[in-house]
Ligand binder design. Sequence first.
Ligand SMILES: O=C(CO)[C@@H](O)[C@H](O)COP(=O)(O)O
Length: 218
Amino acid sequence: MNPIIAPSILASDFANLQSEVEMLEKSQADWLHIDIMDGRFVPNISFGFPVMEAIKRHATKPMDVHLMIVEPELYIERFRAAGADTISVHIEACNHLHRTIQQIKATGAKAGVAVNPHTSVQLLDDVIADLDLVCLMSVNPGFGGQKFIENTYRKIEALKNLIEARNSKALIEVDGGVNENNASLLLDKGANVLVAGNFVFSSADPIQTIADLKKSSN
Ligand SMILES: O=C(CO)[C@@H](O)[C@H](O)COP(=O)(O)O
């Protein structure tokens, strides 16, 4: 099956955000990946509601929102109102993960959980059946353009086994350092969604790069 391609807006040209979003709309991108960073959960600050709302004014494709923030439960409804279709919270940022997942679902958004490179996917055992998405971080979150962590392949396999064992419908998303060299193997191991930032936006022809990623197969 063709992967879902979710270019990460973080790597786009913020001074030309409207044309970047219009480019993604014309491309074979399936989702727009939106990275929200608060300077506390991760050592970087990206953007917040006004920018998200501006993106939404030019986007028809689903917005896949990755919250790299502490206490995400305080903002779920506002991210949904700003246009989020999927909302992923970090397992490491949630004291009451089950409650936060139900909170996301109550807004009508799809519920995702993001997992840092050091965190075992086995910790999702008791919530995996409730999830629409698991975002496996293949870099330490906070910055685009980092090197892909090879251990991610093993984590995809473990997560796939868990999803099957618990009869979950969760999609496996891989986020960080995704490019033409690792895309096929990621899909081979069981990934469904590829997030790509710098690989897309730093390329000479982002529309073609997205088309090439879309054609990657397992
Ligand atoms: O969440 C993050 C970084 O924290 C990612 O979404 C990156 O923005 C992906 O960018 P590349 O590694 O593909 O440049």
